[in-house]
Design a protein around this ligand. Sequence first.
Ligand code: KIV
Length: 269
Amino acid sequence: MATARKVTSAALRERKGQGDKIAVVTAYDVAFARLAERAGIDVVLVGDSLGMVVQGLPNTLPVTLDEMIYHCRMVARGVVRAHVVADMPFLSYQASLEDGVRAAGRLLKEGLAEAVKLEGGAEVAPLVARLLAIGMPVMGHVGMTPQSVHKFGGFKVQGGTDAQAQSILAGARALADAGAYAVVVENVPSSLAAAVTSAIAVPTIGIGAGPACDGQVLVMHDLLGLDPDWSPRFARRYAELGKDAIAAFAAFAADVRSGKFPSRKENTR
Ligand code: KIV
């Protein structure tokens, strides 16, 4: 179990190069946020992946700022020690700096997040610097950035060509130079993630990016096996909660139908 000291953006940044890897999971409600907190997880990310795993959408693009705020408030109520980061949803920050400042501000003010995460490289660096200047810490996100799924033609590995790799590396450098305290590196070759990790002075958090990153993140549904029929190639299932839930629902239904539930003990009087 990790120590009880509050995990902050500054503390995470200081862990760069100390060999103390950072464990990040997504959560979308208070129940799972509390469990992650009790397990000693460092960072709880309210990912816009909620569009896919909670709302059943094919991608993250339709997720709204109000939805992110709603889920983030629930998560924030479940944690004390862990650091809470909220994703900036698609189109909440791409059109202007002002949009980005207002969206990030709402995630901190109404969503009770402690930092925001946004996707992109050099093109979002001015926003990162602006947010930091007015007190809002930013986690970057490069590589296979899901909000660009239509540009990529699917959730495909990025950074496989020299040009892509250079652009991802330059993007991560621009984010770190602009003041991002950590950078998620998603779905890129491990050699590129290793190059990004040694090129920047802030922690990298990998997902589908090999072991060299300073930390790792998984979507909680993948880690817990909540979908019994599917998990991404790079995820490891640490539990089979989907199968357990089906068995529990089925056992309940059988007990109701046979009259075994409730028993005398389970009656209120
Ligand atoms: O939305 C999300 O859950 C994410 C992680 C996969 C990094 O961005």
